[in-house]
Write a protein that binds this ligand. Structure first.
Ligand code: HAM
Length: 417
């Protein structure tokens, strides 16, 4: 038997209901905040990701699914959505009419990470991005929107952790201070970090190797190096979050695993998923649109790990599959033909409907209707067809009554739509 590849998974009925609930809630929440959906390709030129996420990140160094595609050169299965959204924003000159655009997109991402619980090689993200607004009110609004969605979904044990990563003005002074500490701790750092401390010292703060984590315990705080503008920006974000009832913690070592961030960076962490505790992450990336060849447009966004959020939601509430409104139980060949006709007509009119063409007994039909969680069953055999009546049973109350076959589709459509 051919089995799926480790790190990949099927989302089956029983689990998919939670995914659908999350997706509906996300779409509704985001649209209330003025976001529009976009759908983007899964494969992009590799260069798009290396130039935006950063050459020295784990994602670009070792996790991308990249292959050669003839004349197109190297292409990559997208490891995240932000770079593609930016590419699309620039390519279609979406800024020309109005630089302010708000998008969301939901879909699969691919990273060749070591698979474990909550960490997959194909995972899904619910991604939201805003272009054209540099105000700290927007940063707070974005985190508020994320918190609102999590609250709507009753996701407990989640908390926003925020930091500021400064801007090209103030970050170099922090990098210098950090580099000094890393130089002093050289013998404790892993090989990767030794290399990265030269090219991109901030990455060392994101290393998961215990010795490296210990080495950077006493690292300087970027918050002590922010310029006045970045500092004011961060203060406003925090104040507006507090005023709007969003709980958060400031984490001065939060750096994120992607290089494009400036100023506000955040993650939503949970205490209920073990090691893979980040449910969502995001931040401002004011330089990326320009760096990828577009105009100077500020931007901010986040992505929710759909798989992880689904696990939390499933742990905390049970969302069951909805059964059909009607199960038609035909007894005999003529009844089966009538049932086939009615099922098509009813489903086309918006009534969720099931039947069975296999010539089952009434008992077997009732068993299947029960299994499917049907709310009503319409029973009919040759006798009923001759009399022009069928029996409708309410599966919850067990009440049943006769229903004329004349105008049956209209009557049922009216009742169950
Ligand atoms: P990220 O932190 O790399 O950010 O990913 C966002 C979320 O995706 C994580 O918090 C996590 O829940 C989920 N995730 C990441 N990797 C995996 C995995 N291997 N298995 C399961 N879930 C995973 C980004 O991707 C940025 N593009 C977010 C962003 C949007 N920043 C600005 N705009």
């Amino acid at each position: 038997m051919i089995q799926l590849i480790k790190g990949f998974k099927d989302v089956l009925p029983g689990e998919i209901e939670v995914w659908q609930t999350i997706e509906r809630a996300a779409k509704e929440t985001f649209e209330n905040f003025g976001f529009q959906e976009i759908r983007l390709p899964i494969v992009e030129k590799s260069e798009l990701f290396s130039r935006s996420i950063g050459d020295t990140t784990d994602i670009v160094e070792k996790e991308m699914y990249t292959f050669e595609d003839g004349k197109r050169g190297h292409v990559t299965l997208r490891p995240e959505a932000t770079a593609s959204v930016v590419r699309s924003y620039i390519q279609h000159k979406m800024y020309a009419k109005d630089p302010i655009r708000k998008f969301y997109t939901i879909g699969p991402m691919f990273r060749r990470e070591r698979p474990q619980k909550g960490r997959y090689r194909q995972f899904y993200q619910i991604d939201a991005e805003v272009f054209g607004i540099d105000s700290p009110y927007l940063d707070a609004q974005i985190i508020f929107m994320l918190a609102t969605l999590l609250e709507t979904l009753k996701a407990r044990d989640v908390k926003a952790h925020i930091n500021s990563l400064g801007c090209p003005c103030c970050r170099p002074s922090f990098q210098k201070a950090l580099k000094e500490l890393l130089d002093a701790k050289k013998e404790h750092l892993c090989e990767n970090c030794l290399r990265r401390s030269e090219k991109n010292p901030l990455r060392v703060l994101d290393c998961k190797v215990p010795a490296c984590r210990e080495a950077v315990q006493g690292a300087p705080s970027i918050l002590d190096h922010l310029c006045d503008d970045c500092s004011d920006h961060f203060e406003t974000v925090k104040r507006v979050l507090t005023e709007n009832g969003v709980e958060y913690a400031v984490d001065k070592h939060l750096v994120r695993g992607l290089d494009y961030y400036t100023r506000t960076a955040f993650e939503v962490l949970t205490t209920s998923l073990g090691a893979q505790n980040a449910v969502a992450g995001g931040g401002r990336y004011d330089g990326l649109v320009k760096a990828l060849g577009g105009p100077e447009v500020p931007a901010i966004g986040f992505a929710i790990g759909f798989d992880r959020l689904a696990e939390i939601v499933a742990m905390q509430q049970s969302i069951e599959a909805k059964g059909p409104a009607l199960y038609i139980a035909p007894l005999g060949e003529r009844a089966i033909e009538a049932a086939a006709h009615w099922m098509m007509q009813l489903a086309a009119k918006g009534v969720s409907c099931e039947t069975d063409f296999g010539g089952r007994s009434l008992k077997s039909h009732m068993k299947r209707a029960d299994k499917l969680n049907a709310t009503h069953v319409l029973m009919l055999g040759d006798d009923e067809l001759d009399k022009g009546m069928a029996t409708l049973r309410n599966m919850a109350t067990k009440e049943q009554g006769d229903l004329p076959l004349d105008g049956l589709v209209e009557t049922l459509a009216e009742r169950f739509k």
